[in-house]
Design a protein around this ligand. Structure first.
Ligand code: AGP
Length: 366
């Protein structure tokens, strides 16, 4: 009840601007500089138990599921453990094989999402090892899991989740770091990630400082009725989350696609009325992503590129610059301009930002 709007006109914008502070809180006391790892005491698993993990599966709904996908990528990259994410809403209905060597991670801002809670209960019945990554202390999912990592994002009121989703990704990076440093990840690589994580709040603040430029880009695409969000590997969960944010608050139809899948069908939809937001991190897939933009442009599709690379002049219609971090953490940072983009496009269309139609903040019924 003490959580007020203050200088802001809606909670979504306030919560986006709280992200540097929220990420700082998520990291507080959890980065272990000396051994280049993370300290996550709440997960209740000792070194032996953590070393026995052979696979990681993230379960969540909506944005928490997309964050889980980002987390699975981080676990595979940093810990070289097979990992994936599944919508918690599907899990119990497909009679899942529950594997004792898998670490299940239930992900939820509210801790009250009925489908995620039911997935945790199903795991409990079948003897799965599950930890919670949850924001609300004392919530049903936190209690049912009994151990895990709290997000420390602070209260989140806006239906469109922003700071909680960012903190999920940050917590997954720490989990991946912890698992990685017990396996193949070197001290030097661990330190690289620790330093970049500690630096994230400042980098996020830089994105937020470019808000007006992002708002301008959003207005430029304000007439679109449909949009693609295109990402590849690390960028794919970010594209899904970007599309989700836009759909929720602007009611513009947005579809996320893996870059290389475009040519297998959806390229047929590209014309001058179908803009694409393309994620172009400066990593080993840069030239592939540039090629994707060229394919879209060749069919007359407008392109907004989100990038931390030096892109060839005139490649995209608009380029939003993202600050640099370590490539593994790019997805965390790339998600921020997409939140602002959705917010400003929805504002431009006169939508009720904090109360989008047909949606509730937490879905406590099936
Ligand atoms: C996020 O913007 C959405 N409102 C929604 O997808 C949400 O992430 C989902 O319902 C899960 O909620 P939870 O994190 O509280 O479990």
């Amino acid at each position: 009840d003490d959580y007020q709007l203050g200088e802001f006109t809606d909670f979504m914008r306030k919560e986006m601007h709280e992200q540097p502070e929220a990420v700082h809180r998520a990291l507080l006391g959890r980065l272990e500089e000396r051994f280049a790892t993370a300290r996550l005491g709440g997960i209740g698993l000792d070194a032996h138990a953590l070393r026995s993990v052979r696979r990681v599966k993230f379960l969540g709904c909506g944005s928490a599921y997309y964050a889980g996908q980002l987390g699975a990528n981080l676990v595979e990259e940093l810990a070289r453990l097979p990992a994936d994410a599944e919508p918690a809403s599907e899990f119990r209905y497909r009679n899942p094989v529950v594997d004792p060597d898998t670490l299940y991670v239930a992900v939820s801002q509210s801790g009250e999402t009925a489908d995620t809670l039911a997935a945790v209960q199903e795991l409990g019945r079948k003897g799965g090892r599950v930890i919670g990554v949850v924001n609300v202390v004392g919530s049903a999912i936190a209690r049912e899991c009994g151990s895990g990592v709290f997000l420390h994002a602070g209260p989140e009121v806006s239906v469109a989740s922003t700071k909680a989703v960012t903190n999920m990704s940050v917590c997954f990076a720490m989990l991946a770091l912890l698992l990685g440093r017990m396996r193949d990840l070197s001290v030097a690589n661990g330190r690289r990630i620790v330093t970049a994580l500690a630096d994230l709040p400042a980098r996020i603040a830089e994105v937020l400082a470019a808000e007006e430029e992002i708002a301008e880009a959003a207005r430029r695409f304000g007439a679109a009725r449909h949009m693609f969000f295109i990402g590849r590997v690390r960028g794919w969960p970010v594209a899904r989350e970007g599309a989700q944010k836009l759909k929720e608050i602007s009611y513009v139809h947005a579809e996320a696609y893996q870059a290389a899948e475009l040519k297998h069908g959806p390229l047929a939809l590209i014309d001058e009325r179908m803009p694409s937001v393309v994620l172009v991190p400066d990593d080993d897939l840069l030239t592939k992503n540039i090629g994707t933009i060229e394919q879209i442009k060749a069919r007359g599709g407008p392109v907004l590129a989100v990038s931390n690379a030096e892109l060839p002049g005139g490649l995209a219609d608009v380029v939003l610059r993202v600050p640099r971090t370590e490539p593994e953490l790019d997805p965390i940072l790339f998600a921020i301009p997409l939140q602002l983009f959705a917010y400003h496009l929805a504002t431009h269309l006169g939508r009720d930002i904090d109360k989008p139609r047909n949606l509730a903040k937490s879905v406590t019924v099936e």
